[in-house]
Design a binder for this molecule. Structure first.
Ligand SMILES: Nc1ncnc2c1ncn2[C@@H]1O[C@H](COP(=O)(O)OP(=O)(O)OP(=O)(O)O)[C@@H](O)[C@H]1O
Ligand SMILES: [Mg+2]
Length: 345
């Protein structure tokens, strides 16, 4: 967790569980009081053929957040995003984007939203720059006099300036993804909706996109991005929602979600045998030893870590490191769903 500070900085919203019960309220920096940029109520999509892809989703995306929409393959992320962007109709329930109902307000809402949705549509015979020029021309609300400059800036931002003269059909997957992102950045947006923005990117490309997302957020754009990569969400997002099998499992500030994973007690010592015995005597479970490192289930809140450490030292254990390592989002996910991060059948 490198960016937990960002998580608490942008806090300001209440963590809610799947039933909307407020668990924890943070800060009073305004984010909690501003109207959310996305709000859905009981949003449901059943595809023709019977597949229930999204099941009663109540999602609240606070203004100013970098919101990670997390879930394994097939959990309903893209389906939700398509409903939010007015591309498909919900079977039931409602969705509001920037305070207006979707899909009814699609025409007024979409100019304020930059979107990158699974596999951007590109003209293969045009080069990257011309693709963007054409895309911008198709937007009746875009200013033609600034078009060239805006296209140039967008290409720069996604690291595609040097490759802008190459035909899009000759672009790699990662280059296409960058071009799609550039299209979303052609003008300032209140909201960016990015479906798996780092899909197809190499590690360096992923880092660049994360940096870009942080920059955009710092400029005041709310970013809603989907991912099935837990560490990506941990690194860049202030808030997250976790989906599994079309249902919302939990949503809230990332720091709060990760804190739900109990974490592991870790002890480094040249006396792991004695340490294990003493910890067991103190009711610690789930012990495992690897060389001089011993880990175990985090003790219940009633156990004072200082007492536990004192017991070890008092028992002659030479302690090099002692502490509870915070759980990852992945552990939280497993704890919340009782299942791993695999594709549901
Ligand atoms: N057009 C469609 N018709 C029927 N079923 C669909 C359609 N699109 C998606 N589904 C089904 O709906 C469920 C959710 O799919 P969706 O694409 O929303 O998942 P996702 O979370 O975006 O997955 P991924 O991480 O793989 O992109 C899946 O079971 C999928 O098979
Ligand atoms: Mg998807």
């Amino acid at each position: 967790m490198t960016d937990t500070a960002a998580g608490s900085e942008a806090g300001g919203a209440a963590a809610e569980d799947a039933r909307g019960r407020v668990l924890h309220a943070t800060g009073a920096d305004g984010a909690a009081t501003a109207a959310p940029v996305i709000r859905t109520r009981d949003l449901t999509k059943r595809y023709r053929g019977g597949q229930l892809a999204v099941d009663g989703l109540d999602l609240t995306v606070p203004t100013g957040s970098v919101f990670g929409f997390l879930g394994p393959n097939g959990s309903g992320k893209t389906t939700t995003i398509r409903m939010l962007m007015g591309l498909i109709d919900p079977t039931s329930g409602t969705a509001e984007v920037l305070g207006r109902p979707m899909p009814e307000a699609t025409r007024t809402v979409l100019p304020e939203v930059g979107a990158l949705i699974e596999g951007p549509a590109l003209y293969g015979f045009l080069n990257g720059r011309d693709n963007l020029l054409r895309y911008d021309r198709a937007d009746p609300t875009a200013d033609p006099s600034t078009r060239r400059a805006r296209v140039g800036t967008a290409l720069e931002r996604v690291g595609l300036a040097a490759a802008s003269g190459k035909k899009a059909k000759a672009y790699s997957l990662g280059m296409k993804q960058r071009l799609g992102l550039a299209a979303a950045l052609l003008r300032p947006r209140r909201l960016l909706v990015l479906d798996e923005p780092t899909n197809g990117l190499d590690p360096q490309g992923m880092r660049e996109i994360r940096l870009l997302v942080r920059e955009l957020a710092a400029e005041g754009t709310t970013v809603f991005l989907s991912s099935h990569l837990l560490d990506e969400i941990e690194q860049v997002c202030t808030h997250a929602a976790v989906m599994a099998r079309g249902r919302l499992i939990v949503q809230g500030p990332v720091a709060d979600l990760a804190a739900r994973a109990r974490g592991r007690l870790a002890v480094t010592t040249p006396d792991p045998g004695d340490a294990a015995r003493i910890l067991e005597e103190h009711g610690i479970t789930g012990l495992s030893t690897d060389g001089d490192r011993l880990t175990a289930d985090a003790p219940p809140a009633a156990v004072d870590l200082a007492d536990l450490n004192a017991a070890l030292v008092g028992g002659g254990v030479r302690v090099r490191f002692f502490g509870v390592e915070r759980g990852s989002l992945e552990e939280a996910f497993v704890a919340l769903t009782g299942e791993g991060f695999d594709v549901a059948g």
